[in-house]
Design a protein around this ligand. Structure first.
Ligand code: 13P
Ligand code: SF4
Length: 314
């Protein structure tokens, strides 16, 4: 079927949104969107959240189809947790460069060097890497997950060195770090953050734990994306500096219309998170593809690591 690009001319957007809603009903679908998605994609979602919240939704939904507006590892996790559902990733090329910084083969080799270590795997990783790990974590629960592990064992934390460093500091645990990082968060410099603080002296600085250690050390608060929304809503401060991807501004401004939010850097954009458009959501629902699946032998290993995490944090 030839695909036309919907929503490009004025007035078409409302038609497109109406068609998506209609198709969603017909397909008994649920639309999950990460907080870095484009504003118009967030606005048609049934649930918007961080990686933990989205995994919980994927595990619990009774919809027949999950449309995942996010990146590949997120849709893959949804399938791992709900293999009886059709999981759609509207833009199949939307990956996570950090997840690609580790392979199952490289992890197997590292495990041989550290035979007594417990492997904690950030969800920003492939199903194969999850299957090689003892337990998963997200940015929202990494500290809690590590605290739940036997204190006499070292931890091999993959693939994000910055999140691993943050968790080591918070828990005092011995953590062996993998040398992976998020291009979007790791590029924020301490100089940028200090300059932003000078420009907005009354603002509280909240950052994502994927930022470099020196940036995290400078922050007033360190949270997952959903954690930042909650913090901004509940904190009486009127101004906030934001150290994470720009997509979060849409919900921050929607949910806290009387507060001001400033990004600490104008380079805070994840191109993969911006690759999903309303047009692609429409075609995914219409054609029921691209579907994300995982071979059953790998899924079995990955689901064990994900379910262990969910048992700790709900
Ligand atoms: P959150 O789980 O905090 O939403 O983070 C996901 C992510 O990819 C951050 O770059
Ligand atoms: Fe991956 Fe970073 Fe994009 Fe998150 S923001 S999906 S960690 S590249």
């Amino acid at each position: 079927m030839t695909q036309v690009n919907w929503g490009e001319r004025p007035g078409e957007m409302q038609d497109l949104v109406r068609e998506i809603k209609k198709l969603k009903e017909e397909r008994k679908a649920v639309i999950l969107a990460h907080l870095y998605q484009r504003p118009e994609v967030q606005d048609i979602a049934d649930f918007i959240g961080d990686s933990l919240g989205l995994s919980q939704q994927a595990a619990q939904t009774d919809a027949e189809v999950i449309v995942f507006c996010g990146v590949h590892f997120m849709a893959e996790s949804a399938y791992i947790l709900s293999p009886d559902k059709i999981v759609l990733l509207p833009e199949p090329e939307a990956g996570c460069p950090m997840a690609d910084m580790i392979t199952a083969e490289a992890l197997r080799a590292k495990k041989k060097e550290h035979r007594d270590a417990i492997v904690v795997c950030y969800v920003n990783s492939s199903a194969e890497v999850k299957a090689e790990s003892d337990i998963c974590c997200t940015s929202a629960n990494a500290v809690k997950v590590v605290e739940s592990l036997p204190p006499d064992r070292p931890i091999l934390f993959v693939p994000d060195r910055n999140l691993g460093h943050y968790v080591a500091k918070k828990t005092g645990r011995e953590i062996i770090l993998w040398d992976g990082y998020c291009n979007t968060h790791d590029q924020i410099t301490l100089e940028e953050v200090k300059k932003a603080r000078e420009e907005h002296p009354n603002a509280l600085l909240m950052v994502h734990p994927e930022c470099r250690p020196e940036v995290v050390a400078e922050a007033d608060a360190v949270f997952s994306t959903s954690g930042m929304i909650r913090f901004a809503r509940e904190n009486p401060a009127r101004e906030f500096l934001v150290g994470t991807e720009m997509g979060i501004l849409h919900q921050l401004r929607k949910q806290c219309p009387d507060k001001e939010f400033y990004l600490v850097s104008d380079r805070l954009i994840c191109p993969n998170m911006k690759a999903t458009t309303l047009d692609k959501v429409y075609w995914a629902l219409k054609d029921l593809r691209p579907q994300i699946t995982v071979p059953e032998n790998i899924r079995q290993g990955a689901v064990r690591a994900l379910e262990k995490m969910l048992a700790i944090t709900g």
